[in-house]
Design a binder for this molecule. Structure first.
Ligand code: DC
Length: 216
């Protein structure tokens, strides 16, 4: 038996930070499903596979090996790609490839296997709706696009990446539109998920709120 907490929400809603902190507090293994899509995007870039090359995608998916370490490191085909999958070329390619049905199918399988028999807190876009519709706790994190863009710019600054607020805001709005309007597993709140708007909340407040919800 495993215990599953599903955290869904749009880009920049704080899922990554919050999931990590809540996981540490409650002893749950933190699984970032966006990283699995990023690994597929990177593998396609490395092998120069285009989005319409279905046969090549299938072949690549048959060979792909994605490992998530308990310390948060991500390995693609035996190589540590934790930092590489956050770079701009992957950022730009990941949302388009995440609508391809065979890619979602394969990753659904990988994501379920990673969580098997464990107590996990899993973050993504469709965890409460598709990956684990019977999750013990479902949370939908949200914040205004402007607040999410502000957070991303700050995060980028801390990593030494120079981006403008306007550029990031546009990227967030485009990504929201694409992630919510796709046919397969769109980003949407599960009916039984608890909606948490973090626009005016601090990280500590959000963590406290979610720990309370899980404990209840
Ligand atoms: O959370 P992130 O920014 O690392 O996610 C990267 C992309 O992967 C995002 O644009 C949408 C996609 N994704 C998805 O479709 N389903 C998930 N469960 C997680 C991510």
């Amino acid at each position: 038996m495993s215990f599953v907490v599903a955290i869904d929400g749009p880009a920049g809603s704080g899922k990554g930070t919050i999931t990590k902190l809540v996981g540490e507090k409650l002893g749950l293994i933190n699984i970032d499903t966006g990283a699995t899509f990023r690994c597929v995007a990177l593998n396609m870039l490395q092998e120069k596979i285009k989005i319409e090359e279905t046969d090549k995608i299938k072949d690549m998916l048959n060979r792909i090996n994605i490992d998530m370490m308990e310390n948060g490191s991500i390995f693609l085909n035996g190589k540590d790609v934790t930092k590489r999958i956050r770079e701009n070329d992957v950022n730009d390619f990941v949302s388009p490839i995440s609508v391809v049905p065979i890619i979602r199918e394969k990753l659904l399988d990988i994501q379920r296997k990673i969580a098997e028999g464990k107590n996990v807190i899993m973050e993504g876009r469709d965890i409460g709706t598709v990956v684990f519709p019977n999750a013990n706790v479902k949370i939908y994190l949200d914040a205004s696009p402007e607040e999410r863009a502000k957070r991303r710019v700050k995060q980028n600054e801390e990593k030494g990446i120079d981006t403008s607020y306007e550029e990031v805001l546009k990227n967030i709005i485009d990504r929201d539109k694409r992630d919510s309007s796709r046919e397969v597993a769109p980003l949407k709140k599960a009916e039984d998920a608890i909606y948490v708007d973090t626009t005016k909340m601090t990280i500590e407040e959000v963590v406290g709120r979610i720990v309370d919800i899980i404990n209840k």
